[in-house]
Design a protein around this ligand. Structure first.
Ligand code: 4AD
Ligand code: MG
Length: 434
């Protein structure tokens, strides 16, 4: 058996392919089958004169998404998506699909498609998105391994919140000396990755995280994949440099490895080619000034809303580092800017073309007393975070890190309107199935 992605190596030779009937049409004694096998799509051309009568009759009964085996000779064809075509001489059904394949060429609403997500994933656009996602994941692993970061797996069941308590999923299961203790689904593995780097120097995790987001927006999922990276002895500027290199690497890899997928998605690749270092740097203060000039009613110490981010990213064609937010809108673990005590040494990365925040990161507070003070300002209980405080008691060092939301990056690079298409099975406040 040969994969469609490899048939270029078999020009003029006979191959056997196995896959699904994506589409077909027939004109008299010629039958055109669009075959997909997961690795790609190719047209198989059959002529009644070549096939046995049984096989020709089987073709006449064919239905969309039936599983099939074909044999044929590989020919060059400039118009075909793979650059090749097959002159078919054997056709065998594996399973004849039922008549009522729910997804057709006609327009379906988003709810219908999401209800049939298990089948929708076979459509070429959805296939392309998940292939790009796969490249982004691989590219992330490769970049970090090249840079000496170790993969460090963090727990999903946790006794505390990382990013504040408003979006926590709670459960009652664990007992401590027969007293029920609440557990929460992780919002980010960051705090644990901080423990990791005190042993391994540079670490990253990559896994599902959970946020009980009440907002229904095109940027929010309740379950999404986050990558958290952390590095010892790296400060604010160095932290941003790592983020810049990672994002550039991801975009370059997708441009190289997903040429066909980006074409299927009709993605403007010129916009992606402009994603090169150096990215734009703006302080929160500069951004507010600029936003007000652009007509936003944002005030000095506000966090940016989605509309503000969109507006700002439309002013530049590269990603933006948005730095030094007011201390009161950010998490307890962020280190304060020594030059402006009311600001933190943090940065978000905003993706261009209106996409907005894809990364949140900061230098971490490494001084025990300052951290205790910050925790009390945030009304955080000390006991469940004693282990985290130990990291400041025993060999504390300057360190920094960041986290990216995989679906936000996929949505941006693929040019999607909504993050729900960026993950195989999206979970949102109003969607738990399939
Ligand atoms: O900015 P956030 O909340 O940062 C953290 O959780 C840090 N602990 C990360 C770190 O420093 N290691 O989330 C990080 C990223 C956001 O920039 C965004 O891309 C994504 O996670 N994100 C979401 N993606 C989809 N749906 C949601 N509800 C998201 N919330 C955050
Ligand atoms: Mg954030």
């Amino acid at each position: 058996m040969t994969l469609i992605s490899q048939i270029g190596d078999f020009l003029g030779q006979e191959v056997e392919l196995k896959g699904w009937a994506y589409n077909f049409r027939s004109s008299g004694k010629i039958f055109f089958l669009q075959l997909r096998d997961g690795s790609g799509r190719v047209q198989v051309v059959y002529s009644a004169a070549v096939l046995s009568e049984d096989q020709w009759n089987a073709l006449q009964q064919l239905r969309i998404e039936s599983s099939v085996t074909v044999r044929g000779t590989v020919k060059k064809d400039e118009r075909s998506p793979s650059g090749f075509e097959l002159d078919g001489f054997v056709f065998t059904l594996i399973q004849l699909a039922q008549e009522d394949y729910p997804i057709s060429k006609k327009e379906h609403g988003p709810d219908f498609l999401l209800d049939h997500r298990h089948l929708w994933l076979r459509s070429e656009r959805q296939w392309a998105v998940q292939r790009v996602r796969n490249t982004i994941i691989n590219s992330t692993y490769t970049y970090f391994h090249e840079q000496g970061f170790m993969k460090f797996d963090t727990p999903i069941l946790t006794p505390t919140s990382c990013e504040g308590t408003t979006e926590l999923f709670e459960m009652d299961y664990f007992r401590n000396e027969d007293v029920q203790t609440k557990a929460y689904l992780a919002q980010s593995g960051q705090l644990y990755v901080e423990a990791g780097i005190m042993s391994f120097g540079r670490c990253f995790d990559f896994g599902p995280v959970f946020r009980a987001e009440k907002s229904k927006t095109r940027r929010h999922l309740t379950e999404f994949w986050m990558m958290d990276a952390e590095a010892a002895f790296v400060e604010h500027e160095g932290n941003m440099q790592i983020q810049e290199e990672l994002i550039c690497r991801i975009v370059q890899d997708v441009l190289k490895k997903n040429v066909y997928e980006l074409r299927v998605l009709e993605r403007d690749t010129e916009a992606l080619r402009k994603v090169v270092a150096p990215f734009v740097h703006l302080t929160h203060q500069d951004a507010i000034k600029q936003l007000r000039d652009l007509g936003s009613d944002i005030t000095d110490r506000d966090d940016l809303g989605a509309d503000d981010e969109t507006l700002l990213t439309q002013q530049y064609d590269r990603p933006i580092f948005l730095e030094k937010y007011p201390v009161e809108v950010k998490a307890f673990y962020m280190k304060r800017d020594p030059e402006h005590a009311d600001r933190v040494l943090n940065n978000d990365v905003l993706a261009p073309e209106g996409y907005g925040e894809i990364i949140g990161g900061s230098q971490r507070e490494d001084d025990l007393d300052t951290l205790l003070e910050r925790m009390s300002q945030h009304h955080l209980a000390l006991e469940p975070l004693e282990w985290y405080l130990d990291l400041r008691r025993y060999g504390s060092v300057p360190h920094s890190g960041f986290g990216y939301g995989l679906e936000r990056i996929v949505a941006w690079i693929c040019g999607l309107h909504h993050v729900r298409e960026a993950i195989p099975f999206p979970r949102m406040i109003n969607r738990l199935t399939p």
